[in-house]
Design a protein around this ligand. Structure first.
Ligand SMILES: Cc1cc2nc3c(=O)[nH]c(=O)nc-3n(C[C@H](O)[C@H](O)[C@H](O)COP(=O)(O)OP(=O)(O)OC[C@H]3O[C@@H](n4cnc5c(N)ncnc54)[C@H](O)[C@@H]3O)c2cc1C
Length: 407
């Protein structure tokens, strides 16, 4: 049998070891570059020393931008503008992978910045509609639309009541930004994912996103909230969300992730002396993640799911659960999603087997995307085994190509 067709699926079991499929759109040169990049990222000391240097160098306009652009930026990002991402998006789609186009500029904190970010997200939605042949979705981070301190204030039980008149007006502008984006997503029929952030602002985000889902998910899921399973009591939260969706007649759009701010969450809880909102162990997180995968599939008539994970076992579990419930691989209510530049073995093998897969593709000017890239590199050094796995897969594919005289 042609190995390209062997992606692998038999009785709802998936295998991710077909590296020919995993790296099918990478040239030999790109494979080697990726390997060297992961080798670099795998050395925490280099990341620790290198990150501040690159930040300073860019600030003082030293000629490092070209190096960053040709290496880490090229590996993890699509381009500086929406249009410049189209070739990457097209290449992904050639392997049946959709794109969640992510304007990844972080650390902005003024009304002007928030408006500018909103405009970018609206432009993504418009471009996604115009290029409907490319299968593009939108995403944004709530802290790109609102001041953290304002969201934090809204997060406490008193909500709007605790705001000054000026802050109430500011909050109205935040609601209007969310509404403008979700309305445009609805009108253009382009799904929009809203990222989850720190627990001290997340209740405020959940409230806002729920308002949007009530408004725009009446016919089908357009607006997706994110649920972080490293938090305790998320199973109950999901049950409540489903009850609310049923009571209000809308579809629940859920992006399920483990969560990205574990250390920060634990440190803050310790500093202020409250019980950590994070699960006691990785096993507990994994267990709840898989339970909620099952819960979503069980309630697929009401919930659309995007599993944002690089965990092979969770991807396997979701494939199995879909099989258990007789849900076809191509059912548009279930998606798998990974970050561009990571875990291609999961994305490409799932897509080749007919599952719906998307990649988060960051875009923006090199300097603006740098905090995202540094976070990615730092996160990668801290994920036990992840870099080793990425590297060993690249080595296997390089060797495989050599063995058949292709590299
Ligand atoms: C498409 C996509 C979208 C994402 N969107 C968001 C988002 O909106 N918000 C967000 O916060 N993150 C987001 N993430 C990041 C995600 O939350 C994880 O940090 C990252 O994907 C690693 O988890 P994993 O499931 O891929 O793999 P794994 O390597 O299996 O899991 C690592 C994760 O497990 C958890 N964990 C590790 N150790 C422990 C421990 N001792 N106790 C408890 N839990 C532990 C942590 O969450 C850690 O990040 C997204 C990821 C993807 C792929």
């Amino acid at each position: 049998m042609n190995t390209m067709n062997q992606a692998f699926i038999s009785e709802s079991v998936i295998h991710f070891e077909n590296f020919e499929i995993a790296f099918q759109d990478k040239t030999d040169k790109e494979l080697k570059l990726s390997y060297r990049l992961f080798q670099f990222i795998n050395k925490p000391i280099l990341i620790k020393l290198g990150s501040p240097f690159i930040r300073l160098a860019l600030q003082y306009r030293l000629p490092v931008e070209g190096i960053v652009r040709a290496t880490i930026y090229k590996h993890f990002c699509g381009g500086e503008t929406i249009e410049s991402c189209f070739p990457v998006i097209k290449k992904l789609l050639d392997s049946k992978i959709s794109t969640i186009l992510d304007y990844s500029i972080e650390g902005k904190d003024s009304e002007h910045d928030f408006e500018e970010t909103k405009q970018y997200i609206l432009s993504v939605i418009q471009a996604a509609k115009k290029r409907s042949d490319l299968s593009i979705f939108a995403v944004f981070k709530p802290s790109g639309m609102a001041r953290m301190a304002l969201l934090e204030k809204m997060n406490d039980m008193k909500g709007r009541a605790s705001l000054s008149e000026e802050e109430k007006a500011e909050y109205e502008r935040v609601v209007n930004r969310f509404d403008a984006i979700c309305k445009s997503a609805y009108e253009h029929d382009i799904p929009v994912y809203i990222d989850a952030e720190e627990t001290w602002i997340q209740a405020a985000i959940d409230t806002l996103v729920t308002e949007m889902m009530v408004k725009y998910n009446q016919e089908k899921p357009i607006v997706f909230n994110t649920v972080q399973m490293y938090r305790t009591h998320r199973i109950e939260a999901m049950q409540d969300a489903l009850t609310h969706a049923k009571a209000n007649g809308y579809f629940l759009g859920i992006k399920l992730v483990r969560g990205a701010y574990m250390e920060k969450e634990r440190e803050r809880a310790q500093k202020f002396g409250y019980v950590s909102p994070i699960q006691a162990s990785k096993e507990a997180t994994d267990q709840d993640f898989d339970s909620v995968l099952r819960f979503c599939v069980e309630n697929i008539d009401r919930i659309s799911l995007c599993a944002g994970t690089h965990n092979e076992k969770s991807a396997e579990t979701l494939v199995k659960v879909m099989g258990d419930y007789g849900i076809s691989a191509s059912d548009r209510r279930v998606w798998f999603s990974q970050l561009y530049g990571m875990s291609d073995h999961i994305s490409y093998n799932l897509a080749a087997a007919g599952y719906n897969v998307s990649k988060y593709l960051p875009f923006g000017p090199v300097k603006g995307v740098l905090p995202y890239l540094i976070r990615r590199a730092e996160e990668n050094t801290s994920i036990a085994g992840q870099m080793g796995r990425e590297m060993s897969m690249l080595v296997k594919e390089i060797k495989r190509r050599k063995s058949i005289g292709k590299a």
